[in-house]
Design a protein around this ligand. Structure first.
Ligand SMILES: Nc1ncnc2c1ncn2[C@@H]1O[C@H](COP(=O)(O)OP(=O)(O)OP(=O)(O)O)[C@@H](O)[C@H]1O
Length: 604
C-alpha cells in the first residue's frame, strides 16, 4: 500500500439498522472514518459509534483516524452511511446479530439503574454527604486493605466488614478467557456511562460547582466550605451560573488489573483511571496503545487531549510483570494497595462513588480453575465487586455462580462478540514496544512512509494518533548511589559468608531487594535497557544531590507508592559508576526511587 495515493481509496459503506462494520488493520495500514450526515432511509437522524464512542457528524467533515493495527467495529442503531478513507486488509459487515444491541446495552441499562439508586441514596444520606464532601475521611466509609501482607486470600473476608455500601454505584468486574472482548466491553460500558443523560450530582447546582472547579484548574472535587470565602454577590452570580450548567454523564472509574500489553499507561502496571465526561464524553479507539484514552499524569509531557475523555488524577502502581500468575502473592499485595487508593477516592468523590467501577481483568486460563481462581477471588473481595460479568465462557460462569452463591455478588453471563480478534504473540510484542516508544517519543503522524516518500495524508491523520505530540526525550546521567532501585523477590546475591550466621540466603518471593549496581554485575546487566518505574518517594524524597531515603523504606511503602513516571536505562558506565536514563521531558526526574520489573525495550 505504501506509496499509493490513499485518496483513491475513499469509499462509502451503508450500515443497515443494528448492524456492525468491522475492520482489522495490519502494520502500516491506516484508516479514517466519518459519519455521513444524510438521513437514513426511514428519514431518521443517522448514528454510529465505535465501542460506544459516538461518531459525530457535522457541517464540517469530522474524520476519525485509526492506525497501529487497531481492530474495531462501527455500530449503528438506526442505520447510517459512513465514508472510509485508507485501506484495511480485513473489513466486513457482520452477518450475525451483534450483542452490542441486546446483551451489552441491557447490561448498561442495569448499571444505569444501579447508579441512579446510588445517587438517590447519596442525596438522602446527610451524614454520608458531609463525609464525602469533607476533606477528612470518615474511616467508617473507607474499606480497609483486605489483607495483611503475606496473608492468604481466605483471611481477607473478615477484614472487609467496615465497608459501607451506601451510595456506591455498581462495581463490575468483567471476566473471560483471553481475547473474549473484555477490554472492548469495558470501553463500551465506560462510553455509555460517560454519554448518559443522567446528571451525577447531589442536587441542584452541584454540577456547576464541579464545572467551576475544573475550569479554574481544580480537581473537580467539591469540598464543603469552598463557597465560604466568597462575597454575597459572587455567591449569587455563581448560583445563577449553576442553574445554566448541568453536566450530564457519569464519572466511572476504570480499574485495569490486566498488566499485559495494552495496559495503561504501560504494560506491567495496574491502574485506576477515574474518568470524567468533560471536556468530551468518549474514549475513542484510534490506537491500541491507549485503550482507555491518553493518560497524562505519568509523563507530565502530554497535554490533556481535547478530543477524548481522560482520567482525572489516575493512580498507577507497578506490578513489574505482564503475567499476574508469575508471582501471585506479589500481585495480591499490589491489588490491595490499588483497592485502597480507589476506596479513598470513592470516599471523597461522590460522582465517582455513584458511578461505580469497571474492572478489566487478565484472561483466565485452564490452570486457574485448579486454584479455584484464587487471584480473581482476591480481586473480587479487594474491590468489593458486586457484579461479575462472564464473557463467553460457560464453565467459568457456572463456577463463579457456585463460588459466589448467596454472597450478594451478581454473576451475569454475556455472549462473546463474533468480531473479537485473537491477538497473536508477535502482535502483542509489537504493541508493547509501541507503548514504550510512544511514552518516550510521543506519537508519530502518518506524514510519510518508510522510504521518506511523502504520501497523501489521510483525512484526520495530520496529527499523531490519540493527539499525542512528538516528544524529544531527555537523557540524564546519575551516579549509582543517588538512584535507589528496588526489585521484587529475587535471591540476594550476597555471598553466604557475608550473611549473619544461620541466616538463609533465600529472599521470599514478595520481598523487595535493593539493587546494587556498584558491586553486582548481574544487577548491571538486568538494569541495562530496562524501563524503570519512578515512584513517589515514600518519605518525601531527598532533594537535589541527595538520595531519597536515608533509611530503608518498608516493602509496603514502596509497593503502595504511586508511579510518577518512567525512565529507560540507556547506558550503564561501570567505570564512572553512573547510569544514563532517558525520560520523556526535560527537567529534574520526579523521583530518585525506582522499581525494576520485566519491562525492557530497545529502539530498533
Ligand atoms: N466487534 C468487534 N469488531 C472488531 N474487532 C473487535 C470487536 N470486538 C473486539 N475487537 C478487537 O478484538 C481484539 C481483542 O479484544 P479485547 O482486547 O477487547 O479482548 P480481551 O478479552 O480484553 O483480550 P485480552 O485477553 O488480551 O485482554 C481487540 O483488538 C479489539 O479491538
Amino acid at each position: 500500500m505504501d506509496g499509493q495515493a490513499e485518496g483513491s481509496s475513499h469509499r462509502r459503506v451503508f450500515l443497515p439498522p443494528r448492524s456492525e462494520y468491522r475492520f482489522e488493520l495490519e502494520p502500516h495500514e491506516r484508516l479514517s472514518i466519518r459519519l455521513v450526515p444524510s438521513p437514513t432511509q426511514t428519514g431518521e437522524e443517522p448514528d454510529a459509534e465505535i465501542f460506544g464512542a459516538e461518531l459525530v457528524s457535522g457541517t464540517q467533515e469530522r474524520w476519525y483516524p485509526f492506525g497501529d493495527e487497531a481492530k474495531a467495529a462501527v455500530s449503528s442503531w438506526r442505520g447510517a452511511e459512513i465514508e472510509i478513507a485508507g485501506t484495511a486488509s480485513t473489513e466486513y459487515l457482520a452477518d450475525e446479530p451483534s450483542p452490542v444491541y441486546t446483551a451489552y446495552s441491557n447490561l448498561h441499562l442495569y448499571l444505569e439503574r444501579r447508579r441512579i439508586e446510588a445517587r438517590q441514596a447519596l442525596r438522602a444520606d446527610a451524614k454520608l454527604l458531609s463525609t464525602l464532601a469533607g476533606s477528612v475521611l470518615d474511616p467508617s466509609y473507607v474499606a480497609p486493605r483486605t489483607t495483611d501482607p503475606g496473608a492468604e486470600a481466605e483471611d481477607s473476608e473478615t477484614a472487609s466488614t467496615v465497608y459501607r455500601p451506601e451510595g456506591q454505584g455498581p462495581r463490575v468486574m468483567v471476566l473471560g478467557p483471553e481475547s473474549a472482548g473484555k477490554t472492548s466491553l469495558i470501553k463500551f460500558l465506560a462510553n455509555y456511562a460517560l454519554r448518559s443523560p443522567a446528571v451525577a450530582s447531589l442536587g441542584k447546582g452541584e454540577a456547576g460547582r464541579v464545572a467551576e472547579s475544573l475550569r479554574t484548574g481544580g480537581d473537580g472535587i467539591i469540598y464543603p466550605n469552598m463557597d465560604a470565602n466568597l462575597s454575597e454577590e459572587a455567591r449569587k452570580e455563581k448560583r445563577e451560573e449553576e442553574k445554566r450548567s448541568d453536566i450530564t454523564g457519569w464519572w466511572p472509574t476504570v480499574v485495569n488489573l490486566d498488566p499485559s500489553d495494552g495496559a495503561p499507561p504501560l504494560p506491567c502496571c495496574l491502574s485506576a483511571l477515574p474518568l470524567s465526561p468533560l471536556p468530551l464524553a468518549s474514549l475513542p479507539s484510534p490506537s491500541p496503545a491507549f485503550p482507555f484514552g491518553t493518560n497524562t499524569s505519568t509523563t507530565g509531557a502530554i497535554p490533556p487531549g481535547t478530543s477524548t475523555a481522560h482520567p482525572v488524577a489516575p493512580l498507577s502502581l507497578w506490578l513489574g510483570k505482564q503475567n499476574v500468575r508469575d508471582n501471585e502473592r506479589h500481585f495480591r499485595r499490589v491489588v490491595d494497595w490499588l483497592a485502597e487508593g480507589v476506596e479513598r477516592r470513592l470516599s471523597r468523590d461522590f460522582r465517582s462513588r455513584m458511578s461505580g467501577l469497571l474492572i478489566d481483568t487478565p484472561g483466565v486460563v485452564t490452570a486457574d480453575a485448579r486454584t479455584k481462581y484464587a487471584f480473581l477471588q482476591h480481586c473480587i473481595r479487594a474491590f468489593k465487586v458486586d457484579t461479575i460479568v462472564v464473557l463467553g465462557h460457560e464453565k467459568l460462569n457456572l463456577e463463579m455462580t457456585k463460588l459466589f452463591a448467596g454472597s450478594g455478588v451478581n454473576v451475569i453471563k454475556l455472549p462473546k462478540s463474533g468480531g473479537v480478534v485473537e491477538l497473536d504473540e508477535t502482535y502483542r510484542a509489537r504493541l508493547k514496544a509501541l507503548q514504550v516508544k510512544t511514552y518516550f517519543y510521543g506519537g508519530s503522524s502518518a506524514g510519510g512512509n518508510q522510504d521518506g516518500m511523502p504520501r497523501s495524508v489521510l483525512p484526520g491523520h495530520a496529527d499523531p494518533l490519540g493527539g499525542v505530540p512528538s516528544l524529544s526525550p531527555y537523557s540524564t546521567t546519575i551516579p549509582f548511589d543517588l538512584l535507589e532501585i528496588y526489585k521484587v523477590g529475587q535471591e540476594s546475591l550476597a555471598p553466604s559468608s557475608a550473611l549473619p550466621i544461620g541466616a538463609s540466603r533465600t529472599v521470599t518471593e514478595t520481598q523487595l531487594v535493593k539493587m546494587d549496581p556498584t558491586n553486582s554485575a548481574a544487577d548491571q546487566t538486568s538494569l541495562l535497557h530496562s524501563v524503570l518505574a519512578l515512584i513517589q518517594p515514600p518519605r518525601g524524597g531527598g532533594g537535589a544531590g541527595q538520595p531519597d531515603s536515608s533509611t530503608n523504606p518498608t516493602d509496603d511503602e514502596i509497593i503502595g507508592a504511586p508511579i510518577l513516571g518512567f525512565v529507560h536505562v540507556a547506558d550503564i558506565d561501570t567505570v564512572r559508576k553512573k547510569i544514563t536514563v532517558l525520560s520523556p521531558s526535560t527537567g529534574r526526574l520526579p523521583s530518585k526511587t525506582a522499581i525494576l520489573g520485566a519491562l525492557d525495550w530497545q529502539d530498533v
